[in-house]
Design a protein around this ligand. Structure first.
Ligand code: UTP
Length: 294
């Protein structure tokens, strides 16, 4: 067991990918800035991290992604104009985003994979455990998913990946864990396989994109050779971690939306819109109109 503190204060959000599944929208706009209703996806993710007690958000970014940094900064011109027009509520909304967290950005100069993106955070994370949240996965839950994992890390002093059960014919879309069940929701992981064929999958527990990891993952990633697609896979680094330290998988409570996929994005948009009192009735009427074909 490493001798680092077990308080989780930092989160890494890898956002350096090209977002090819969402072209042409992502040609000039970072995928992370595409909104679910009127809130950019990345803001939902940062809010989850902050609600889990995270103070420092380390954004792994790339060229042409400055809009993300601007979003979490103040916009004096906008806020001042809103003040003068007595639109206080909107000015406050804008300022609150600027105050949300300490945002530290690091450039991943070449898209060498998710594992490589996480490794880019090492100089800022140092010898502390940290959370990783992927921007493509929106998890709607009473207790934020990252909070659920942080509680396990702080109790068990072990790295933990969030998992969800998927149908057998969908295992080839995810990293899948295998190991021994400790209770109905928790597994001691000894194997991880990236996008296995259904017959090779060690379980139906898939990793959608939430982790709390010990800093030992950095050394594991340094020793990880490029895998599928010439990229350094986080799953391969986690396999090495599981061989060196205790690694748990926890079936989190909550609904997950794959917002990196077109249908998942529409699903999330409708679900979030229907929850907004000022929009719900209008959205219902629009849906009824389209479904009745009028
Ligand atoms: P994806 O594999 O979903 O890639 O990365 P992507 O580029 O975002 O999207 P598509 O598949 O081309 O549409 C999973 C996560 O890892 C980050 C991405 O930004 C995303 O949050 N990532 C991936 C990096 O930060 N760097 C990389 O080199 C690769």
């Amino acid at each position: 067991m490493a001798t680092h503190s077990s308080k989780i204060r930092k989160a890494v959000i890898p956002a350096a990918g090209l977002g090819t599944r969402f072209l042409p929208a992502t040609k000039a706009v970072p995928k992370e800035m595409i909104p679910i209703v009127d809130v950019p996806m990345i803001q939902h993710i940062v809010e989850e991290a902050v609600r889990a007690g995270i103070e420092d958000v380390i954004l792994i970014t790339a060229r042409h992604k400055e809009a993300i940094e601007n979003h979490f900064d103040y916009n004096y011109e906008l806020e001042d104009t809103l003040d003068k027009k007595h639109k206080q509520e909107l000015a406050d909304v804008s300022r609150a985003i600027g105050k949300m967290c300490n945002l530290i950005s690091i450039r991943q100069k070449n898209p060498m994979g998710l594992g490589h993106a996480v490794l880019c955070a090492e100089p800022v994370v140092g010898n502390e455990p940290f959370a990783v949240l992927l921007g493509d996965d929106l998890i709607d839950s009473r207790v934020p998913c990252t909070r659920q994992l942080v509680e396990i890390y702080e109790r068990e002093h072990a790295s933990v990946v969030g998992v969800m059960e998927v149908p057998k014919d969908e295992v080839s879309k995810y990293g899948i864990v295998g190991g021994k069940m400790l209770d109905p929701r928790t597994m001691h992981v000894d194997r991880l396989v990236e996008k296995p064929a259904p017959k090779d999958a060690p379980s139906r527990f898939a990793i959608p994109g939430r982790y709390v990891l010990s800093p030992a993952i950095f050394q594991c990633l340094k020793e990880t050779r490029p895998g599928k697609g010439g990229e350094i896979q986080l799953t391969d680094g986690l396999q090495l971690l599981a061989e060196r330290e205790k690694l748990l998988a926890y079936q989190f409570e909550g609904t997950r939306y794959d917002t990196g996929d077109r249908l998942g994005f529409i699903d999330a948009t409708l679900a979030f819109a229907l929850r907004r009192p000022e929009l719900a009735e209008g959205v219902r009427q629009i849906m009824t109109k389209h479904l009745s074909g009028k």
